[in-house]
Each structure stands twice: as C-alpha cells, then as structure tokens.
Write a protein that binds this ligand. Structure first.
Ligand SMILES: Cc1ncc(COP(=O)(O)O)c(C=O)c1O
Length: 304
C-alpha cells in the first residue's frame, strides 16, 4: 500500500487526502477522458527546509497541452502555482511523486468533450525505486502501442493506459519485470510507462517522436545530457533484433528514472553498462541540485 501525502488539491481547494472523493457517475471514469502528469520531488539533502522538483515547468507545460485534447484550457502557470502550494502544505520528508490529473468531472452520460465540466486534482505519495536499479527483464509485448492517427499520443491521456496495463500484466504473469511495446510499424516504441534507449558502438539511440512514443521529459533530459557529454545521439527507428544484440539497453521515465535492462526475452545483456551508468550518475546529481550547469532543471520550493 502507498503512503499518500496528507493534503490533496481537489475541487478548487486543499483538503485532507481522505476527503477527496468522486461520484460514481463521473464522466472521466466511464470514458477515460482524463490526462495526468507525474513528477518527482525530494527534500534537499543539503537543506531539509527545501523541496527540489525536477523540471516542474516542463511537466506543467505537458499537462496543459494534454488538457487541450480534453477541450480544457488550463495554463501551465496556474498548475505550477498549485503544485508549489501543494508541496508547501504537505512538507514531504521522503522522496515523493506528485500526480496531477485533469478530467471531465461532470456527471453526464455519452462520450464527448463539449458541454461537460472539467476539473483537476493533485495528490502525492512517497516513492522510492519503481523498478530495480540493478537491471530488469523485459518481454516483447503482444500488445501494440496506439497510433497517433487514432489517439492523441502527444498527450498523456488516461485511456491510453489500458494498453500499458495489459502489457505490464502479461509481462509480469509470464515471469518478466516489464514489457517493451512495438508500434504499428513493427518498430520498437517504448515500455509501459517509460521511454527506451539502446547503446550500439558507443552511440546512444532512441526512437524519434514519429515512432508514436510519449514525449518523455526524462528522455529529453537524457538526450541533452548525452549531447553535452559528447556521447553521439541518434533519434531513429529501432528494429526488434537490435534490442537483442545491443551493448546496453535502458528504460527511462519519471517513476523509473534510468532502469538498466539485463534480459530481453531469452537474450541476456551485458552487465557492463558504461554509458547507462554515466548518464544515471549525472541525472542523479542533477535531481539533487548538485550540478550548477543544470540548476534551471530544478525548482526549489522553500517550506514555510
Ligand atoms: C507511456 C509512457 N512513456 C514514457 C514515459 C516517460 O515520461 P517522463 O520521462 O516524462 O516521465 C511515461 C511516463 O510518464 C509514460 O507513461
């Protein structure tokens, strides 16, 4: 069971988490007409009166864009201010995860986006490692990632996660930790809640936006870091067979951070992962605000 932060933002006010309850007739519950975000925060290891949020503005911008697909205008500035207030009210003492969700909150029947109220809430929970940092096993999913022509993949839309849920359960029930999904072109896409990178001949390769991936913020951070570290980066389609012979493979996302892959189907990957480790150490130092070059990626919230 999760440990939830005590205060939630719900129906335009801050309330105890237990009091934030929805009607069973809530439109989004029936039609998946919701979109969410997910960001991490930690108490500043150097100063317990401060909380560090990783790429707050980028997360708020993505959620604001996702809300547009729901016919809902919600500015990134408003979201950002509410998240800062949320953190100040909760005063977290452990590493945590913030989950904002925008949704069709009206009680109407019939799928639509017009003439139905929207709202958003924010809650949080304590969160350590989501996947083992020592290496995970992956299967290739029998489920295919949706296509942008039938689903707004540039948004982080709740309804899309049925595919992730099917893929994750299929993987775990067949003895693996995670699933890698192909896209409708049969190319490597991403995992159930993470983007994917491979390393071949010292080059870092990841599928481009045209491969139906989510525009991951960790992915973006890793590409920037790699370029600044003079690691050659390529965004291009990846074939399934490349996964099996890659020098390194890792998954990345807000929850998973950088999770090295040790096995895909029956193929074992090397435990020598110099590029994954270099990027992981760098990202870790940045999230702790120990790298002045990337200080603008860390939003410092002063606690009252
Ligand atoms: C389907 C999917 N892909 C990729 C990611 C990674 O995105 P980010 O790094 O912004 O957390 C996530 C998590 O948000 C996700 O749900």
């Amino acid at each position: 069971m999760h440990t939830f932060l005590p205060i939630a933002y719900f129906e335009n006010e801050f309330v105890p988490f237990e009091n934030a309850k929805l009607s069973i007739a809530t439109h989004a519950l029936h039609y998946g007409t919701a979109a969410f975000g997910g960001m991490r925060g930690i108490p500043n290891p150097e100063n317990p009166k401060q909380i560090l949020l990783f790429r707050l503005n980028r997360h708020c911008q993505r959620l604001s864009q996702s809300a547009k697909f729901l016919n809902y205008e919600l500015s990134p500035e408003k979201l950002q201010q509410i998240i800062i207030d949320f953190v100040q009210k909760n005063k977290p003492t452990q590493s945590f995860y913030i989950r904002p969700l925008v949704y069709s909150s009206g009680l109407g029947i019939a799928p639509r986006l017009h003439n139905i109220e929207k709202n958003f809430f924010v809650y949080g929970l304590e969160m350590g490692d989501y996947l083992s940092p020592d290496g995970i096993s992956c299967r290739i999913s029998s489920w295919t990632r949706q296509e942008d022509r039938s689903f707004p993949l540039r948004g982080k839309i709740s309804a899309a996660y049925i595919t992730s849920a099917l893929a994750k359960t299929e993987a775990v029930e067949s003895g693996f930790d995670e699933a890698i999904l192909m896209n409708s072109q049969g190319k490597v896409c991403e995992a159930t809640g993470m983007n994917i990178f491979i390393v071949r001949n010292s080059k870092l390769i990841t599928p481009g936006f045209e491969q139906d991936i989510l525009e991951g913020i960790t992915r973006d951070s890793i590409l920037t870091l790699a370029r600044n570290l003079d690691i050659p980066t390529i965004e291009r389609p990846i074939d399934k067979s490349e996964l099996f012979i890659a020098d390194e493979v890792f998954l990345c996302g807000t929850a998973a951070k950088i999770a090295p892959v040790k096995q895909i189907e029956t193929f074992k990957l090397s435990s020598h992962r110099p590029i994954t480790e270099k990027l992981r150490d760098k990202l870790f130092a940045i999230t702790e605000n120990k790298d002045p070059q990337y200080a603008d990626w860390v939003y410092v919230v002063d606690l009252p």
